[in-house]
Design a protein around this ligand. Structure first.
Ligand SMILES: [Zn+2]
Length: 374
């Protein structure tokens, strides 16, 4: 066998680091291997602002370094002509003019334009998940003179991709333990009108920035096969995955990121605090959804009475000694802090059944910069 076609340069018992026979494989096998190397990305449509979307885990991360990595063409575009051709077959720089018709039926939408939009992110139709960081908080922060509505824009991109992903702030923030008045205001009327057009959303309840050298992030395999998926959405019930991110951070990360440490303490703690808080968040979201629908219809003729829709007030814990709840604006009509929706009522059951599915996720982001030192 000529030396150039030797199968491996590894010594017995050591993993091979080279495979010189790759070029001798049949073309279809090589192409299948390149396809396996393509990333599955969470494609950001807009650049996140740490002061807004960071949820309960504060960070000094600038965030846009990760955004820049995440918008770049896949790693295999820089390997050889054949690999690049495979990448180009499956994706390209995103251009909103490639989206389907903007008129007709309830799919009307306009180009969403805002100063923090990501320009030309790499997008693989049918493969990538479209993610929107935007919430009402962004309007005030950027003093946006924006056009279009961001949620229908997200939906139009998600329809070409593999799904839609949003931030909890679009519904209501995750970091407030108590169900308070200002939280409900986050679920704006416009958002409520548009959200049901999509049946399923991933919802980032918190963002966790892992500051480790890129090489370590890449070799961990947690950010894609070739390290070109620097944004990951993880199911909060997947403790094995969260443990793996923790181990990477504990071994190579910046221990000065005390809030990241705090996140892992809560997420991996034996008392299931995170699970409990997520269950409460989901319950509150459902109640808010019902409330918004109810407030629109409650005065219609023949509509069920308030006491049919809302269960009797719950006793406050330790009500003998507890401070009274702050007064609620009369706009609320009922105090939903102490009244649950009645799932035994036909109308409530219908509203809940028609709600889109919101799946809580933790967003892990790989940042190889030392943002915390600046
Ligand atoms: Zn950073």
């Amino acid at each position: 066998m000529p030396s150039s076609t030797r199968a491996t340069t590894a010594t017995p018992g050591t993993p091979a680091r080279e495979f010189p026979l790759f070029g001798a494989l049949p073309t279809e096998i090589r192409l299948a291997i390149w396809r396996q190397c393509l990333p599955n990305r969470i494609v950001e449509l807009d650049i996140p602002e740490a002061n807004i979307c960071n949820g309960p885990v504060r960070t000094l991360c600038k965030l846009f370094f990760t955004t820049r990595q995440n918008r770049a063409p896949p790693a295999i575009t820089r390997v050889c002509r054949e690999a690049r051709a495979v990448a180009l077959e499956h994706g390209c720089e995103f251009d909103s003019s490639s989206l389907s018709s903007r008129s007709g039926g309830d799919q009307d939408w306009e180009d969403f334009e805002a100063p923090n939009l990501v320009v030309g992110p790499w997008f693989q139709p049918g493969r990538d998940i479209a993610h929107l960081h935007w919430s009402d908080f962004y309007d005030g922060y950027f003093y946006m003179d924006q056009t279009g509505d961001p949620v229908p824009f997200l939906q139009a991109v998600a329809a070409k991709g593999a799904g839609a992903s949003i931030m909890a702030e679009l519904l209501y923030r995750f970091d407030d333990d108590e169900f308070s008045e200002h939280l409900a205001a986050c679920l704006s009327t416009d958002t409520l009108e548009f959200l049901p057009r999509c049946r399923d959303y991933l919802v980032t309840i918190t963002m966790v920035n892992i500051h480790v050298p890129y090489d370590n992030g890449l070799r961990s395999g947690l950010f894609g096969l070739l390290g070109d998926e620097p944004i990951q959405l993880v199911d909060p019930s997947d403790s094995a995955a969260i443990t793996a991110f923790h181990n990477l951070w504990a071994e190579h990360g910046c221990q000065g990121d005390v809030d990241v440490a705090g996140f892992f303490d809560v997420a991996l703690g034996s008392d299931k605090t995170l699970t409990r808080r997520i269950q409460q968040w989901c319950k509150h979201l459902e109640k808010l959804w019902v409330w918004h629908e109810w407030i629109e219809l409650k005065d219609d003729e023949g509509f069920p009475t308030d006491d049919e829709i809302w269960l009797p007030p719950m006793a406050q814990e330790g009500s003998g000694n507890a401070a009274p709840l702050p007064e609620l604006s009369s706009l609320w009509k009922v105090d939903i802090r102490i009244r649950d929706h009645n799932m035994g009522n036909w109308w409530v059951a219908k509203v809940v059944a028609n709600m889109p599915t919101f799946r809580p996720r933790i967003m892990f982001r790989l940042c190889g910069k030392q943002c915390y030192e600046e």
